[in-house]
Design a binder for this molecule. Structure first.
Ligand SMILES: [Fe+2]
Ligand SMILES: [Fe+2]
Length: 374
């Protein structure tokens, strides 16, 4: 799991003293990982009994092929740090500006947290179900996410800021989602994770001089894990066609918008990271949306019109409002709080306008699986 979305739109108000603190100690890194705002990755729990009742037999052949891929484990040797990795990281870090260092640390912390979020959720499902198909799948996915989280955490340790994942598991808040919301949100999070990693990988393949940390070399094989995790949820949803039609398409639209908007605002608050890779945050985000939308046609009968100028203006406005909200938090006091409330209302209204925009509609393909061809 990568970018974790949230359907709970209310608990974003932080106290002024937690805004914009430098990540310069293990305690601060741990606090950042525990943080629950609209933009930070969350931990999830769900209804295990309902998970137990999933019946994949309508797509048995495709399911078995997918499980055989997990069994084959073609990335078992991928997430190993080499001495060359550590040396390259050490040399490159010494050349960064303090701002890039902060943005990269923020990126590493949110990435470990969302990878670990997937690990915990899949592992909990695995422990609490008896359904052999779901148990096997969840065990494989938890294995992958544990590797991903551990691998990123090693890079945090280079800064002396490694996270205590056991402590994070105990101390971070959990959000309950019923299974269908887990499917929509997690499917999207896996596929958008793939699209993000492959877009960065391709950019740095073209411009190796912009690869400012060795971890990006790992993204190509890594993102295929995320792609496969997404395929698993695609199959699960396609065995329950009612999740993909009627009133549920309103939920699908909601999750698409929540995930895209969260990513847009988050990426624009970390512009230096994209800049260092020679990417423009806006162009990068729309490329990621384009890829994700293309892939998601395997399950979702609707997609957002991300090329529509009004849609683009709406996302830009959300980012602007979020920047002003941060300033109001820093200001604090009664005026700051009133400003925050006003901006939150405007943010909700902008989100609602985006939600109500016309969408593209498509028939679902006969063949569910898609190849990671980007
Ligand atoms: Fe994943
Ligand atoms: Fe992952």
């Amino acid at each position: 799991m990568t970018a974790a979305p949230s359907a709970q739109q209310t608990d974003t108000i932080e106290t002024a003293d937690t805004v914009d603190r430098a990540i310069d100690s293990p305690d601060e890194a741990a606090r950042k990982a525990r943080e629950s705002t609209l933009l930070t990755p969350r931990f999830y729990t769900t209804d295990f009994k309902a998970m137990d009742r999933i019946d994949v037999s309508p797509l048995r052949a495709e399911w078995d092929t997918l499980l055989a891929e997990y069994e084959g484990d073609n990335n078992h040797d991928h997430f190993q740090r080499t001495p060359a990795f550590a040396e390259e990281a050490r040399q490159q870090m010494a050349q960064w500006s303090p701002e890039l260092r902060q943005e990269f640390l923020d990126f590493l912390i949110s990435s470990v947290t969302s990878e670990f979020s997937g690990c915990i959720l899949y592992n909990e499902i695995q422990k609490n179900v008896t359904n052999p198909d779901i148990k096997a799948l969840m065990r494989f996915m938890a294995r992958d996410e544990a590797r991903h989280a551990g691998f990123i955490n090693q890079s945090l340790k280079d800064f002396g800021l490694g996270l205590d994942l056991g402590d994070l598991k105990r101390s971070k808040a959990y959000t309950y989602f019923k299974p269908k919301y887990i499917f929509y949100a997690t499917y999207l999070s896996e596929k958008i994770g793939y699209a993000r990693y492959i877009t960065i990988y391709r950019q740095l393949e073209r411009h190796p001089g912009k690869r400012f940390h060795p971890i990006f070399k790992w993204f190509e094989r890594w993102c295929n894990d995320e792609f496969r995790h997404g395929e698993s949820f695609a199959l699960i949803m396609r065995t329950q066609p009612h999740l993909l039609r009627g009133a549920n398409t309103l939920w699908i639209r909601f999750f698409l918008l929540a995930v895209y908007a969260t990513m847009y605002v988050r990426d624009h608050t970390r512009p230096m990271l994209k800049d260092a890779m020679g990417l423009d945050a806006t162009a990068y985000d729309y490329e990621v949306f384009r890829i994700t939308t293309e892939i998601s046609k395997q399950v979702f009968p609707v997609s957002l019109d991300t090329d529509n100028p009004s849609f683009r203006r709406g996302l830009a406005r959300l980012f602007d409002l979020s920047t002003r909200l941060e300033s109001a938090k820093k200001r604090g006091g009664v005026v700051g709080r009133l400003q925050q409330a006003g901006l939150a209302v405007q943010g909700l209204a902008t989100f609602a306008r985006l939600y109500l925009m016309p969408v593209h509609r498509h028939a679902l393909p006969q063949q569910v699986r898609v190849a990671p061809a980007w």
